[in-house]
Structure formats: C-alpha cells, structure tokens
Design a protein. Structure first.
Ligand SMILES: [Zn+2]
Ligand SMILES: [Zn+2]
Length: 245
C-alpha cells in the first residue's frame, strides 16, 4: 500500500471561543507547527449552537495577523445549518469577512429528518456562494444520498470535508465517507482532510481519513491540504475570485 499521503494544514479546528473546546489559538498553532504544517484555519462553531462562538468573535477575527508565528492563518467559521431550506446561523456579510466557511449539520441546531431532507438541504448549501466547504457529510445521523450532494458540489465548485474525527465520534461515518470520497473522485470534487480538533492534542490527527483515502487510491491532486503550498494557493485564488466578483 502507498503510505505517501500527508497533510500540510489543518483547516477545521476549534478554540476556546467554542465553549466545549479546550485550547487557545496559540496552542493550536504550536501543535500545527510541531506537526510540520504550514497553515491552519480556525473554524469555531457559529452562534446558532448554544455553546458556539458569538457573532462578534467572527467579526473581530479580521484584526488578527495573516501569519501567526510563521504559520499561515486563515480566519474561518463552522456555520450551523439551521433548517432544510439551507439557512445558516450567520449573516452573509459576516461570512464574507472570512477566509473559509464550513457549513455542517449539528444535532444541537437542527433535528434530523429524512434522507431526502438532509440531501436537499446540502444541495441548497452547495449553491450558497458564501460557503466553501460542506462539513462532515458522512454523519449517519444526518444520512444523505451522496451522489446528488457531490454533484452539486462539482457544479458549484465546493469542497467536501473528509473529517477524520467522524470515524470515531460519529459512528458509521466511515462507510458513508468512503462512498462520498469515491464520488469525489468520479466528479473531481476537491476535499480537505481535517481533524475537527477541539484541543491541541487532536490537531493534525488525520490518520483515519488518510487510511480510508489510501484504501481507495484517492488522487493526491484533489486534496487541498495534501501537498506543500497547495493550501496557500487555494486561499490566494479564492481571494482573487472574490475580488473579481
Ligand atoms: Zn461540526
Ligand atoms: Zn467542527
């Protein structure tokens, strides 16, 4: 088996600003550097989650430098999907201030319904120009029909997250993530591999996601944080596209 898959950034992390997370931004950065990473995105939970960050946290992120102790720093959010019409818990102008917006279903914010509802909700999210990444869509609690979701991501140039923590904390995710990843290969949808770290000890823990992607020979070229400098290139081109709109 080919064990050459490696990650160079962690783009889904939570700090103390999410009240059920346990490390500071500084500690997360130190952990990323100690793992040889060149970039990190801070993506605390949106204010729709009872213990998520407040809206002002996201507004003020712009005041932080773009480089922290030599690490490229991207200011992000994990916005909560609040209903199956695709409504998020953050205003569009707030999302527009950020470098990276992940949108995810969480049980604290939305009740699970049918596979059809979960699927159509994510298709609406894929069409939202303020969203970059669909988060942990392999969660069986919000089971989806993967193909139309991946197709919508292809049509709208969205990214799918392969959330390594899901394999442990959202049991049953591995089989669905595998299907999603195979479809990403077929539709050429890029992915990020992420830890969803809620503490410095989890940062960069991508092993479970990497093992699954290696088992299906997932192409390294489709992994945004899978080559040196590629994460930075992605954010540069995202910035250029936003400026041209
Ligand atoms: Zn999440
Ligand atoms: Zn998260």
């Amino acid at each position: 088996m080919n064990h050459s898959m490696k990650t160079y950034a962690d783009l889904h992390t939570h700090s103390l600003a999410s009240q059920h997370a346990y490390s500071t931004l500084s500690e997360l950065c130190d952990a990323a550097k100690s793992k040889g990473m060149s970039a990190i995105a801070l993506t605390d939970h949106g204010p729709g989650m009872p213990d998520g960050a407040i809206a002002h946290h996201f507004f003020c992120l712009a005041g932080l430098p773009d480089t922290l102790d030599g690490l490229h720093f991207y200011k992000g959010a994990e916005a909560n999907i609040m209903n199956y019409d695709g409504q998020l818990d953050m205003a569009d102008d707030l999302l527009d201030r950020l470098d990276l917006v992940i949108a995810s279903y969480h049980i604290e914010c939305i009740q699970p319904k049918s596979i059809a509802d979960h699927t159509s909700g994510l298709i609406k999210i894929a069409a939202n120009p303020h969203v970059d990444v669909i988060g942990h869509c392999g969660n069986p609690v919000f089971e989806i029909d993967p193909e139309p979701v991946v197709k919508a991501c292809a049509e709208n140039q969205k990214i799918i997250e392969i959330n390594s923590a899901s394999f442990k904390v959202r049991p049953g995710s591995d089989a669905i993530c595998r299907k999603v990843a195979l479809l990403c290969m077929a539709y050429k949808v890029p992915v990020i591999i992420s830890s969803d770290a809620h503490s410095k000890w989890q940062l960069g823990d991508h092993a479970a996601a990497i093992a699954m992607l290696e088992s299906i020979h997932f192409p390294q070229q489709l992994i945004i944080n899978g080559a040196p400098g590629r994460t930075e290139e992605f954010f540069e081109s995202r910035k250029r596209e936003r400026c041209n709109k």
